[in-house]
Design a protein around this ligand. Sequence first.
Ligand SMILES: Cc1cc2nc3c(=O)[nH]c(=O)nc-3n(C[C@H](O)[C@H](O)[C@H](O)COP(=O)(O)OP(=O)(O)OC[C@H]3O[C@@H](n4cnc5c(N)ncnc54)[C@H](O)[C@@H]3O)c2cc1C
Length: 383
Amino acid sequence: MTDPHHDIRDAVRRLCARFPGSYWQALDRERAYPAEFVKALTDEGWLSVLIPETYGGAGLPLAAAAAVLEEIHRSGGNGAACHAQMYTMGVVLRHGSEAQKRRWLPQIASGELRLQAFGVTEPSSGVDTTRISTFARKDGDRYVVRGQKIWTSRAEYSDLMVLLCRTTAREEAARPSDGMSVLLVDMQQAKGRGLTIRPIRTMLNHATTELFFDDMEVPAENLVGEEGQGFRYILDGMNAERILIAAECIGDGRFFVDRASAYAKQREVFGRPIGQNQGVQFPIARAHVQLEAAAGMVARAAALYDSGQPCGTEANMAKLLASEASWFAADTCLQTHGGFGFAEEYDIERKFRETRLYQTAPIPTNLILSHVATHVLGLPKSF
Ligand SMILES: Cc1cc2nc3c(=O)[nH]c(=O)nc-3n(C[C@H](O)[C@H](O)[C@H](O)COP(=O)(O)OP(=O)(O)OC[C@H]3O[C@@H](n4cnc5c(N)ncnc54)[C@H](O)[C@@H]3O)c2cc1C
């Protein structure tokens, strides 16, 4: 089968070649943001592929965006510094007013405004999003927001944030998923005026933070869609997010298989390449098989998404399969490299840490299994 995104892959590979392992290693050491890499992606238009041409983007399907992120990860880089720009704008695109689209999307497409921050998770709600308590109280022509978010990645490097908050308390809403709303927050405006950003240092370089809202004011015109319907809007965007992150996992996995195969052919112990031993070659072959299967599910989920069909289950299954395949490939690659896999200069230990995230975020594996068990197989609900 011919790959419809062959040209995109080639161009992204060429861009990534300008940012080798040493670039990512230096950033990882300092936990620094890959500003030059993100600028290069923006300048070449890769972060705006999903924005329709009317608003200054390329108007390409999700499968094209998946190819961009897969290639970044296959090259040894990490798209997490900017991947949210691709899917968070979908909330504005699908549910925003025409005035909001005209105001924000062209500036996001050109790179003048960065929409990198996505504030959903809270410390006390966990994966039960209906329990979020950050509250936006309407006061004339503005909302006044109080509360806290955690794990809001890239907040320090974003101009705008898609924020999910309650506008009606859970107890007063008809259903737990009602009464939540989406606000588009101008972070530059809000910083120091009710918004405090505190970075969280983690096992990987992810620029993640916690946010505190202390009577942060947001103009009422920044409400996206209807008040109280925000949870539905966010769920829509989550399918795109899961498919794109699954594509990143496929890229990671292919990076690990490429590196493991190359090393196993070249490293000689006992007078022969280690890859001649089936104990070494079989796990690499298994990793390849698992990645191919997962990539098939990612392609299927993206095709359903692009044709406007329901794809929640497929997006979830793609993300589960791809994150498990990349993690197995990571472990196999590390084992194949022996002690050298632990050395920073090989990039394996860094990518190993980076790919582990995706079994927990943006949704943990257990929650996907629970979705499949109850929504697909009809098993009794546990929560
Ligand atoms: C580096 C990083 C970046 C992130 N970036 C963002 C971001 O930009 N924006 C954002 O909003 N969020 C972000 N997140 C948050 C991420 O989506 C959550 O961490 C994730 O959804 C898990 O939520 P939690 O940490 O609250 O875990 P908890 O809800 O406390 O769950 C802990 C564990 O218990 C399991 N569990 C809970 N309930 C059940 C159940 N009923 N059945 C079976 N198992 C269960 C879960 O699967 C999980 O393994 C990020 C997280 C990290 C670590």
